[in-house]
Design a protein around this ligand. Structure first.
Ligand code: GLC
Length: 429
């Protein structure tokens, strides 16, 4: 039996961003950008200074890169050869949480435990060499207040992290202390950047005309090169923390989910678009349709991808995923509705993200004619979620008209590591 049609239509409507709403959101985003440049307190965008501009392409040498932005932490040894060329010499990666074994991201864990674990990874990356000097670039993908390229204080955890004793601290000091405890004094952390900044640095190292960098993954955030960030100084990349953009109308699922999240009232845009949350929103809506309101089934964005991609005649894939999570067997008609619900959520996500990109383009270039440019994006949702890319393009055309031909999006895969190495190289200037 299919879901109640009226109830289903209502839910679809609530997750739909029509053309008018899309324009309004892009304009509001631009407004918050403009206000934020004058006074961040007047804006829902944090507009955090990165103390770095774009690379020249001449950056060369061997560096360490620490990529810390989700539950999987990576340390890389990278040789930069200039003009987009580089080689990863060594890469080690470990999760910060293994169910039932250890957990460095939950409330019960401390900063020392977390950074000791990371220092051990650094040791693996240098293969126990405590002699050779290395500069380390640190991609730390959480909102941080910077006073220079080294000094970044975590303002507030996002993405459901809750480790004690890190908020309000200079993260590279915590890292340095942990390295010191393990006798790794030859590794010197010199730069901290957000992952969006890393993506932009990595993309700009390879091709000019890239001014916007974005992550569209577990979390969502965007940065851009602001020509006038600091009075009369060089152009500087600003990390918008756009996941915190608030001028959006949340629907009842967004509201209910926010209430039970680690940080209620924060990260409205991110909670509506990113991979970490989309599966949960889908599950909440499905629970209503299945008459089990309030149940959390634990759907992930990977489930959502698989639902859209299921091409089996009898929707066997969809049935299996839904039965596995909810225990309900669906008929053909209901599978169609499930597919539609999932697509609607993905399309909403892509449209909201695009509205924020266009807000930046309008701010930089005015509404007449955007410059020719690439928007560099990294992240699993952009890379792998069906419907995401095509709906970004569609929304770009909807907002920019024919001028959208000047703008394309490029995948900057693994930009977090490369960007950190580039930042370490730039820290010597
Ligand atoms: C969260 C963080 C932000 C990061 C993004 C993507 O929004 O607050 O700093 O860039 O996730 O990882």
């Amino acid at each position: 039996m299919a879901f109640d049609q009226k109830q289903f239509d209502d839910i679809i409507r609530e997750f739909t961003v029509d053309s008018d709403a899309l324009h309004t959101i892009a304009a509001d985003f631009r407004y918050d950008l403009r206000m934020g440049l004058k006074d961040p307190d007047q804006s829902s965008l944090r507009m955090l200074k990165s103390y770095v501009g774009l690379p020249t392409g001449e950056e060369k040498g061997e560096y360490l890169a620490l990529d810390f932005g989700g539950t999987n932490v990576r340390v890389l040894r990278i040789r930069l050869d200039g003009h987009g060329k580089f080689e990863v010499l060594k890469k080690v990666a470990k999760p910060l949480r293994v169910e039932g074994i250890y957990d460095y991201v939950g409330e019960g864990s401390t900063a020392e435990q977390m950074f000791d674990f990371i220092a051990e990874l650094v040791d693996e990356a240098v293969e126990g060499d405590h002699e050779t000097k290395y500069l380390l670039g640190h991609t730390f993908s959480f909102p941080s207040e910077q006073t220079d390229l080294y000094n970044a204080k975590l303002i507030i955890w996002t993405k459901e992290f809750a480790t004690a004793g890190v908020e309000g601290k200079v993260v590279n000091d915590l890292l340095k202390e942990a390295l010191h405890r393990q006798g790794i004094d030859n590794v010197e952390p010199t730069a901290v950047i957000n992952d969006t900044v890393a993506v932009l640095l990595a993309a700009a190292y390879k091709q000019p005309d890239t001014f916007i960098g974005s992550i569209y993954a577990t979390g969502h955030n965007t940065c851009y090169l602001e020509p006038y960030a600091d009075t009369a100084d060089e152009p500087m990349i600003l990390n918008l923390e756009s996941g915190g953009f608030m001028k959006l109308v949340p629907n009842r699922y967004d509201v209910a989910f926010d209430e039970k999240s680690e940080k209620p009232g924060e990260q409205r845009l991110e909670k509506m678009v990113s991979g970490r949350y989309m599966g949960e929103l889908f599950g909440m809506a499905l629970a209503d349709l299945l008459g089990e309101s309030g149940k959390a089934y634990g759907f992930t964005s990977i489930d959502m991808s698989n639902i859209v991609l299921d091409e089996e005649d009898d929707d066997a894939g969809i049935r299996k995923i839904v039965a596995g999570r909810t225990g309900h067997e669906l008929d053909k008609e209901t599978c169609e509705q499930v597919r539609k619900l999932v697509s609607t959520l993905i399309v909403r996500s892509a449209r909201l993200v695009t509205a924020s990109y266009v807000g930046i383009i309008w701010q930089l270039d005015g509404e007449a004619k955007p410059r020719k440019q690439h928007i560099a994006i990294d992240g699993s949702v952009y890379e792998k979620m069906p419907l995401a890319k095509e709906n970004i393009m569609r929304a770009l055309y909807e907002l920019l008209g024919e001028e959208a031909a000047n703008v394309d999006t490029v995948l900057e895969n693994g930009g977090s590591g490369l960007g950190a190495a580039i930042a370490a190289a730039m820290s010597q200037n």
